[in-house]
Design a protein around this ligand. Structure first.
Ligand SMILES: *Cc1c(COP(=O)(O)O)cnc(C)c1O
Length: 241
């Protein structure tokens, strides 16, 4: 069940304290890390709560769910003033729908998807689609994205050769290890290193590092995360019916 609004506000304060403490510990400024509320598996009230708390964007992981939730939110909020980011795996046959629905796509992970997204932008007259490349620096077989820097470089080259895709950085989901955050920390450090190398090689900023969730945002921030994607710690446990 989703939390009520006052609990959500308390949770936002608590997560912001965690972010501030993690920034402090690694000598980073508080304003270097943004919080993206993840509203997946929750009703249209979840993005409404986020908008009421002043958040500019939310994260969702499914095209179909967002196709229903975004208009429901806009009817409730009486505004369309919220950005929607896709953080879940995108099948290339849903590229058209995703381009029509999302302000940014964080989960670009294949050459085929790059080509289909660019084609959909062209067809829909969308000049620019901001994207992140999803990688799998922890080599977790259960995660999407490449675990190989050479392959990630080829993907970036393909994005740079498109007319409409604008690469802003990278995203990853770390492997889960219930006993220790060291495995997650290592994955985050690897992605940060890959970003630094590719940014230098291509002389691009690639500033966004979308890393860290409810349980591992501290090691992500220590490794250089600029955006933590948080669902459970803000909205409560998701119920899968
Ligand atoms: C669900 C999800 C999150 C949020 O996870 P929590 O553990 O609920 O904070 C973050 N990133 C991605 C890619 C997700 O699918």
């Amino acid at each position: 069940m989703m939390v009520n609004f006052s609990t959500f506000e308390e949770n936002v304060a608590r997560v912001r304290e965690r972010i501030a403490a993690a920034c402090e510990k690694s000598g980073r400024g508080n304003d270097e890390v943004r919080l993206l509320p993840v509203t997946k598996n929750h009703p249209a009230e979840a993005p409404l709560f986020a908008a009421r708390c002043g958040f500019a964007a939310v994260g969702e992981n499914r095209v179909q769910e967002t196709a229903e939730k975004r208009p429901a939110f806009e009817a409730l909020a009486k505004t369309a003033d919220l950005r929607w980011e896709l953080i879940g795996h995108l099948q290339s046959n849903k590229a058209k729908k995703a381009v029509a629905l999302f302000d940014r796509i964080q989960s670009v992970d294949s050459l085929d998807l790059v080509a289909k997204l660019d084609k959909a932008c062209e067809a829909q007259g969308r000049a620019a689609l901001p994207i992140l490349l999803q990688a799998n620096p922890g080599c977790d077989p259960a995660k999407f994205g490449t675990a190989d820097l050479g392959t990630l470089k080829k993907l970036l080259e393909a994005v740079l050769a498109t007319r409409h895709l604008q690469p802003e950085g990278f995203m990853c989901v770390a492997p889960i290890d219930d006993d220790s955050l060291l495995v997650a920390a290592k994955a985050f450090e690897t992605l940060r290193d890959w970003r630094d190398r590719l940014a230098a090689e291509f002389a691009l900023p690639l500033t966004e590092l979308s890393m860290g969730m409810s349980h591992d945002l501290e090691p992500a921030i220590a490794a250089g995360s600029t955006m933590v994607r948080v669902g459970t710690a803000l909205f409560g446990e998701r119920v899968y019916l």
